[in-house]
Each structure stands twice: as structure tokens, then as C-alpha cells.
Design a protein around this ligand. Sequence first.
Ligand code: PRP
Length: 178
Amino acid sequence: MKHDIEKVYFTEEMIQNRVKELGAQLSADYKGKNPLLVGVLKGSFIFLADLARQMDIHCEIEFITVSSYGAGTETSGKVTMTKALGSVVENRHVIIVEDILDTGLTLEFLRNYLLDLKPASLKICTMLDKPSRRRVPIKADYVGYECVDAFYVGYGLDYAGNYRNLPYIGSLKPEIYS
Ligand code: PRP
């Protein structure tokens, strides 16, 4: 699998150090608030698992499933939800946890969906933020790393379902996806 990687952008050590900092920051900001972490499947499952273990306050965890990229490297522009959330959001301090904020279409859709469920507050935490690609005005409140425009895999991010289990984040050799 690692032979398919062209360049490592964020090493395992960089990721773990940054996740530790984010966990400490969230613990301070949400002390006594019992936040609800909402992981966006599938990409966020590794980040959420690491982040939650770096938080030393009570928090609860839910998952929501949306998808827009299918098996390609470009967004279809249409976000579809296959697993929604029930009544657990009302009056809760919700933190959406994402692996990457790219065009922003996914998070715009989710933000609107979750605001309709009347949370006490709603913030966004993303491991990677790629501002150069934004199509809608969405900003994350907590960002692991800002990144340049490349197609990333690893640490939850996939290409056609693979590479999510790489412990670092890198780009693929072009021959893999062309
Ligand atoms: C990826 C990623 C984000 C979204 C970001 O999900 O996990 O949810 O795209 O892109 P956007 O800002 O352009 O909307 P994907 O649709 O690939 O599903 P997955 O999480 O199951 O891999």
C-alpha cells in the first residue's frame, strides 16, 4: 500500500501531536458542557477515535453517514445521507468531527441539517482544511492542519474505499487514479 504514495504531507507524529493539542483545547472549551461529538462517516472514524481519547471531559459520541465523492476524486456536488441522527441533538453542544473540509458542500448540508434539530451550540472540527477549494462559505472552528490542493489519502481518507488505514496522510501517485 505504501508504494502507492507519492508524498507524505502529514506524518503520524505530526498528526498525533496536533490531535493532542486539539483534544486539550476542546477539553478546556467544553468543560462541564458534556459535548456531543458527531463523526461524519466514513472518513472521520480514525480522527474521532483519536480525538475523543485526547479529551479528558465527559463527552458523548454519535455518527452520521453522508457521501458525495463515491469512487472518484471529485465531488459529485450532491450530498446524500444514509444514516441520520434522531432526537439526540436538541439542546446539546454539538461538535461535528470531519476528516477534511474541501468544497464545503458536505459541511454546509450537515450544518443546516443539524441546526434544524436545535442544538444548544454547533461547531466544526476538521483534521484537514483545504480553503483553496471552497465553493460555499463554511469555516471550521477547530482545524488540525490547513493543506494545499492535492488528493489526500490516509488517516480515514480514502480513494475508492482504500487507504483509510494508513497512519499518515499523503497523496497518491497519479498512475493509481488515472
Ligand atoms: C469526504 C470527506 C468529507 C467530504 C469533504 O467524504 O470525508 O466528508 O468528502 O468534501 P467536501 O467539503 O468537498 O464536501 P466522502 O464523500 O468521500 O465520503 P467518505 O467519508 O465515506 O469517504
